[in-house]
Design a protein around this ligand. Structure first.
Ligand code: GLV
Ligand code: MN
Ligand code: MN
Length: 464
């Protein structure tokens, strides 16, 4: 007998508590940075819960973790649902964990009710979404969707650790998860996440249906001067990179955001070498995080950052070097998958709005190879990347209920809704083994492959 699948709110909230204990910080947040011991423990706990329930567990070469429940049509690629388990160094307990554990709760709810879906459903915990220990972020989903990862071998973390070593140790810490090749055809992707901003709470809306994600660019700035004695070196003799760095940051903060309300510019990490209280630093490095919905504005802000850093370094007789470490243009989600999510929200009679995500997410990369969409729930005062991050339990459970409805609907769709052109394009990812390439025209609409359409819609929507 098939029952009506329901989210078990207590089970979900209990799991959120259990995972929040892994890497718990005294201030109530979590420090579970990518590929750390804590990250490995969280992956282990999720894998154990899955194996206990009889689900198959897989991982790939980037340590993405998958939990699979079969569908009735073995020829169909799986619908993926999930998020990430890694955190910021002083992160909140919901960023990533809510989406991953709600996805697992969804799988359990479907299993409890013995619901049959056409497509297999797989829960995924993407590796290194945050990127704060090892830049860039969204490594797992980027690699899964065909990024060239050869240059990542040499990446060194903010703590001096080697990515290659930590990744290998993370994979071998979970031998129960069968290794599978990186990347595969998928039918779609849905991710639940906290908003990480204040708008839903302010508007008293329990749900945001996300239609697009804005773009992100990270720049690593290094200003080189000359080390010297703090007590004896007069102004005329100084080549102080700290003075240049402070001036550059100040100029950027007083121009970029005040002149463009859609722009975001953040300097979240500054390091001085040798880092001695009584020495003028030899060099100062800082990272600039730039966000904007429009790629031409990302270009313009990057150009301004380069010009300002060079000018302020020059004024102190220093030199500036800038390296782009991450470039992720924004994109719109598939209108079909957004509609599926919105129908789920409407069937639960939940007030909601459509919105663009200010934060980046793994869904951005998944949207390049399959119909993808996101569901947002409010977080208190919009706080995130902060140990005080908090989500009302009722909102967490409501988000999971929407995910459950949307996932069952998406995993039961026939090919006329999720156009087969997309499936062909996805198959080309696995057979080519490399970058995603579109295969226009789509046989059922005779239009260019829907990936191209999504990209075009993205540009138009972002420009509006
Ligand atoms: C995600 O963690 C972001 O920084 O947007
Ligand atoms: Mn996140
Ligand atoms: Mn985050």
């Amino acid at each position: 007998m098939t029952l009506v699948p329901e989210i078990d709110g207590e089970r979900l909230l209990g799991r959120l508590d259990a995972f929040a204990r892994i890497g718990a910080t005294p201030a109530g947040g979590v420090n579970r940075q990518a590929f750390s011991i804590e990250d490995r423990s969280a992956r282990r706990l999720l894998a154990e819960l899955a194996l206990e329930r009889g689900f198959a567990v897989f991982q790939d070469a980037m340590a993405n973790l998958f939990i699979r429940r079969e569908g009735t049509d073995a020829t169909l690629p799986p619908l993926l649902i999930g998020s990430h388990l890694d955190s910021q160094p002083t992160g909140g307990r919901f960023d990533g964990a809510l989406g991953t554990l709600s996805a697992f709760e969804t799988l359990e709810a479907v299993e409890d009710a013995k619901v049959e879906t056409r497509m297999p459903i797989e829960v995924v915990a993407w590796a290194n979404e945050e990127g704060s220990r090892f830049a860039p972020g969204v490594m797992g989903s980027m690699a899964f969707t065909g990024a060239d990862i050869s240059a990542w071998q040499s990446i060194v973390g903010s703590d001096g650790a080697s990515l290659a070593e930590e990744l290998a140790a993370t994979i071998s810490a979970l031998p129960e998860a069968t290794l599978r090749p990186l990347g595969m055809p998928i039918s779609g992707y849905i991710e639940l996440h906290i908003e990480q901003g204040p708008s839903l709470e302010k508007e008293r809306l329990p749900i945001g249906v996300v239609t697009a994600v804005q773009g992100t660019r990270w720049l690593e700035v290094s200003i080189e001067g000359a080390a010297g004695h703090a007590g004896t070196t007069g102004l005329a003799y100084r080549r102080d990179p700290m003075v240049a760095a402070v001036a550059a940051m100040h100029r950027l903060q007083t121009t970029v955001m005040p002149l463009d309300s859609s722009a975001r510019l953040t300097v979240g990490r500054v390091t001085a070498k040798p880092g001695s209280i009584n020495a003028i630093p030899q060099s100062v490095a800082f990272a600039v995080d730039i966000r904007h919905p429009r790629v031409e504005r990302l270009d313009a802000i990057e150009a301004e950052t380069r010009q300002v850093c060079a000018a302020e370094a020059g004024a102190q007789h220093c030199t500036a070097m800038i390296r782009r470490s991450f470039d992720m243009p924004g994109a719109a989600f598939s209108p079909d998958m957004v509609k599926t999510v919105e129908e789920a929200v409407n069937s639960l009679r939940l007030p909601h709005k459509q919105m663009i995500s200010g934060a980046f997410h793994d869904a951005l990369f998944l949207a390049r190879v399959a119909p993808a969409a996101m569901i947002f729930v409010p977080c208190r005062e919009g706080l995130s990347h902060n140990e005080a991050e908090y989500v009302e339990p009722a909102y967490a459970v409501t988000g999971a209920r929407v995910l459950l409805k949307a996932a069952i609907a998406a995993a039961s769709l026939d090919d006329s809704r999720h156009c087969s052109g997309r499936l062909i394009a996805m198959r080309s990812v696995s057979s080519g083994g490399g970058r995603h390439s579109c295969l226009p025209p789509c046989p059922c609409t005779n239009k260019p492959c829907s990936c191209v359409l999504t990209a075009l819609v993205g540009v138009r929507k972002m420009d509006e």
